[in-house]
Design a protein around this ligand. Sequence first.
Ligand SMILES: *Cc1c(COP(=O)(O)O)cnc(C)c1O
Ligand SMILES: [Zn+2]
Length: 372
Amino acid sequence: MRGELRCPLCGFRTVPSAVPLPCPTCRVPLDYRPDPPAGSTAAGLTGRGVWRYAPFLPTVDPITLGEGGTPLIPSLRIGPRLGVNLLFKVEGTNPTGSFKDRGAAVLVAVLRSFGARAVADDSSGNAGAALAAYAARAGIRAVLYVPAHASGPKLAQIEALGAELVRVPGPRERATDVVREACAKDPDLLYASHNASPYFVAGLTTLAYELGEEGRIPDHVVVPVGGGGLFLGLVQGFAQLRDRGWIGRVPRLHIVQPEACAPLVRAGGGGDPVEPDPRATVAEGARIPRPKRGREVLAALGAVDGDAVMVGEEEILRGQAELAREEGIWVEPTAALAVAALPALIARGTIGPGEEVVLPLTGHGLKAVNPC
Ligand SMILES: *Cc1c(COP(=O)(O)O)cnc(C)c1O
Ligand SMILES: [Zn+2]
């Protein structure tokens, strides 16, 4: 496989392997750095969606369900009301209903190329649903370790896609411990670890490539953050586009977390360091109290001149309702974090009048319907 793995903090380098260890010095997950074949240019891209950018991804046999190539749609009411030029990147149109398909397609393809026959992960949410779909497509067994209390449409989706569910009693972190133990015992079972895998983040860089190819690099991108993979994928993608001369400058990227679980916003100086309470927020995708890539997110935030904001539960639900009723786009609450953060970013002068802002709307509203 072309490309290499690199530590984002100290520059340590190594060759790609199926389940890479963290940096031996910094203990953080490694990043994938592509090594495109000579002559790979924007003009030479073919096809649609994630694999259109194959020269800039780990070189493997693609697995596709039609991921990526999502629409970029102008806001008709929220943007004009706030006085900014607002655009939505509608990721709910991905095959399983969230941007996680971009990462899962690449991750499962890489694991298959290393001979994987079974993959495991700890997610009761969109990453689990995406892994289940791509594993099914690849003919690979998927085992998902989920907290015993997990329920709802995402879990139903995971089960429908044929993944094995292992319910783990206790707090969310317990599922991570159990999946590690299971993979250590069974050499056939690879820990896909979407929150730490360089290949998952590599797949997410395609969102930046798509925006870059639209030719309009916005002034700002506002990103809902849980594990931080989407934010890092965007940062890496835009940096690659700039280094290759495809774009002249990179946008400023800002992070948003729910007040109830905002470890990165608080660590970045945006509030008192209170203990996160993941179950106190409707933003399921951001219920990650100790993100594995937290240090990397904070380091990258400085590099892209990013701001960090927290939003309350009412603001999240109001943002979700406004997107649905005023724009016709129904998203799950986690995706509404970005729109909920706009008033604060404008009030503090981070986003100026008339500036162009892209919001990745990360997941479909059907992902989080209340049980009737
Ligand atoms: C996973 C997820 C997020 C957060 O993405 P990270 O890469 O974990 O930071 C945001 N929105 C939705 C809908 C998600 O599923
Ligand atoms: Zn390091």
